[in-house]
Design a protein around this ligand. Structure first.
Ligand code: C2E
Ligand code: MG
Ligand code: MG
Length: 687
């Protein structure tokens, strides 16, 4: 079988057509020939079939001609090989037709050239089609590139720009004329990103596609971010000839991400690094110090009495103070140091790479100095100092967490010593901390193991000169065998969340033991129980107390709960609700250690208190200082005015007792009248 060949033959002679067919068969074709003699016939043949391979045309026909046939073919829009087969023709006529688009000219008398000519022309026609398709593709591609919503840049092998699309011009502000001939990276931001560019070149030079983000600079200097895909273009042999970069503007997304990053790492109020970023820098500082065999110092700074400003002037004033404090602190450090805000009124300074304590001490001195002028907040001067704790790597700690904790611990020590000072971490502080940790673990579950007990100190009524009750004071028999006073463990219990467990035990035990002690005795006796402000915050305390009263049978007015003055400053709704609930139960409420906090007598009206206990320090002070003496008198008078009973605490001498009696103080409590004692010992003293 030959190759199929579909021939449109323009010819009036059937004999010639037959000769042609034979020639084609001989040449290895399997021809199918359609012979036409007129323009109309040819037109309909062209319309009827689309699969013509070639048009062969006689030069001269009775009513048609090669010239007209060529025109007919061209009108139809088909691109087919057109070969003229003829007898003798004038050379200029032949040339004329070739010029018009005929592909070849053959002599009918010698058809030897026929088959190769057809083969060649078919091949050429095929190539023409492909070329046209390729051209069309290029046209569409270039339109797409020209009108693309993303930037397109094409460079040569060296990265020199050969083409940029209009979007690129718009995005960068550089025209195509300004861009072509320059290296592709001319718009890259000059600082930073070198690593990225290096990675990109390495990837694309190795023939691979690279994707990534660049920061570029517009002609007007503005920076913008692009997500780029850069691909090498290869020739038929696989050699790289060009690079094409397609780039999308992602500035909006980047700025959003950067904002998120900022929020995660910086404090919004002061703009300083936050705790998270500080920890990161601390790790870096420690790693660098370790490598270089030097020290890193950490300063933990807490503003003294910040809470006062915040509470009395409001949060806006507090914020203003914090910002000002941040500025002053920033003034104390040098490049490379880190100043961070830990939250609240706490700041941290990291000094990476210090030689010795002297350099650190200089910074600490400077901090103390910058805090000495007053802060002008809402038109008023406030003196706010900073207490500073300092710890150093590697001397005081082997890692960041411990370094931070030790600095914080030292800060508390500085505060204890009188605020506005600094304190280096010491071995002794370390031991104290170890001891604290041990204490905490031992205190956990102490109530359940029966290690707690209550002593009772008599409350003496000056109006009837008789004891009218007692205050329950907790003690802890700490293993192996030490009796601890509440001063050594209640604070810790409050801090580490153990006060609920201990406080519940105290209330339950005091109710039970008091019921036993009071049983059968006259009314008016009461047991006072100390309650930590923390216990009032949960919201469940009121119900717990009622259950204890129900279970033990103690009458509510025989229970008095002592709460320290700080509760007055706490306006949390939960505390208020708990206090009112207790009052509704008929339980008495007492304000303990009055005068040691910052509250005024006016605060007492907020909550339904029955008793006010004047702190021992006032009772002691009144003996030597007339001002304090007058203050105690005023407190008693005002308390009476508010309907409160008064108790003078810590009475050790007859002189103190006389003074309080003179002030019309109602009750007293103190070693003079009775030390804290066991329930059994107390039993003999009551009534
Ligand atoms: P507070 O409520 O003011 O209790 C009075 C403290 O003063 C008791 O110390 C008592 O022993 C001591 N004291 C009494 N009279 C005199 C005196 O004449 N001279 C001197 N120098 N001291 C006197 P204590 O037992 O060490 O208790 C200390 C504080 O611990 C109590 O102060 C109270 O705030 C707290 N506390 C005691 N028991 C509990 C408790 O069960 N729960 C809570 N949350 N706190 C408690
Ligand atoms: Mg008390
Ligand atoms: Mg007290």
């Amino acid at each position: 079988m030959g190759k199929p060949l579909s021939v449109l033959l323009v010819e009036d002679s059937a004999d010639d057509a037959e000769l042609l067919e034979l020639e084609l068969l001989r040449g290895g074709f399997a021809p199918s020939i359609r012979r036409v003699e007129t323009g109309d016939e040819m037109r309909s043949a062209l319309i009827a079939t689309s699969s013509w391979d070639v048009v062969l045309s006689d030069y001269h026909l009775p009513t048609f001609s090669a010239e007209a046939a060529l025109a007919t073919l061209q009108e139809s829009g088909r691109d087919l090989p057109f070969i003229i087969m003829s007898g003798v023709v004038r050379a200029e006529d032949a040339v004329n037709l070739l010029k018009r688009g005929a592909h070849d000219f053959l002599d009918k008398a010698s058809l030897a050239r026929l088959v190769p000519a057809i083969e060649r022309e078919i091949r050429d026609a095929h190539e023409r089609v492909q070329r046209r398709q390729a051209e069309e593709r290029v046209r569409v591609l270039s339109l797409a590139t020209e009108q693309s919503p993303v930037s397109v840049v094409i460079t040569d092998r060296e990265g020199v720009i050969g083409y940029v699309n209009p979007k690129f011009e718009k995005a960068t502000g550089y025209s195509a004329r300004e861009s072509v001939g320059r290296p592709i990276d001319f718009i890259h931001r000059k600082d930073g990103g070198e690593e990225t560019y290096r990675a990109m070149w390495a990837t694309i030079r190795s023939g691979q596609e690279w994707r990534g983000e660049f920061c570029n600079q517009r002609r007007d200097g503005q920076l913008f971010w692009e997500y780029a895909t850069v691909s090498p273009l290869e020739d038929a042999n696989g050699a790289i000839t060009n690079f094409v970069a397609v780039k999308e503007d992602i500035t909006v997304r980047r700025s959003y991400e950067e904002r998120l990053l900022r929020q995660a790492n910086y404090d919004e109020l002061t703009g300083l690094p936050n705790r998270l970023l500080m920890l990161d820098r601390l790790e870096q500082g420690i790693a660098a110090a370790h490598r270089r065999n030097i020290s890193t110092a950490l300063l933990y700074i807490d503003l003294d009495r910040f809470k006062n400003v915040n509470d009395s002037l409001g949060h806006a004033a507090g914020d203003q103070l914090l910002k000002e404090a941040a500025l002053r602190l920033a003034d104390c450090i040098r490049e490379g140091d880190t100043l961070a805000r830990m939250g609240g009124d706490e700041f941290v300074i990291i000094l990476p790479g210090v030689d010795d304590g002297i350099a650190v001490q200089k910074v600490a001195d400077r901090i103390v100095d910058v805090f000495s002028p007053p802060f002008s907040i809402v038109g008023q001067d406030h003196f706010v100092t900073g207490s500073i704790g300092i710890s150093m790597f590697p001397n005081d700690a082997a890692d960041g967490q411990v370094l931070l904790r030790n600095a914080e611990l030292s800060m508390y020590k500085a505060k204890e010593q009188g605020r506005g000072r600094y304190q280096f971490f010491t071995r002794e502080l370390n031991e104290r901390m170890q001891e604290r940790l041990l204490l905490e673990s031992q205190l956990r579950g102490a109530a359940g193991r029966g290690e707690l007990r209550l002593d009772y100190q008599p409350l003496y009524d000056l109006r009837i000169n008789a004891p009218v009750g007692m205050e329950a004071l907790v003690r802890w028999r700490r293993p192996p065998d030490t009796l601890l006073q509440p001063g050594s463990f209640i604070g810790l219990a409050e801090e580490v969340g153990l006060i609920g467990e201990i406080g519940d035990w105290v209330v339950a035990t005091a109710c039970k033991e008091a019921f036993g002690l009071f049983n059968g005795r006259r009314n008016g006796l009461r047991v006072a129980v100390n309650v930590s402000p923390r216990q009032l915050q949960g919201g469940a305390f009121g119900d717990w107390v009622r259950r204890q009263l129900d279970e033990t049978g103690l009458s509510p007015d025989q229970l008095e709960l002592e709460i320290t003055e700080s509760v007055l400053m706490d306006d949390s709704p939960e505390t208020g609700m708990t206090l009112r609930k207790l009052c509704d139960l008929g339980v008495r409420l007492s304000i303990d250690d009055f005068g040691t906090g910052y509250s005024s007598l006016g605060y007492l009206q907020r909550y339904p208190f029955d008793t006010l206990k004047i702190d021992r320090s006032f009772v002691v002070g009144a003996m030597t200082d007339p001002n304090t003496a007058r203050l105690v008198e005023t407190i008693v008078t005002m308390a009476h005015g508010l309907g409160l009973e008064t108790v003078g605490e810590g009475v050790e001498t007859a002189e103190q007792l006389d003074f309080l009696r003179g002030c019309k103080c109602d009750l007293v409590q103190g070693f003079l009248l009775g030390r804290p004692m066991t329930p059994m010992a107390l039993d003999g003293q009551l009534g």
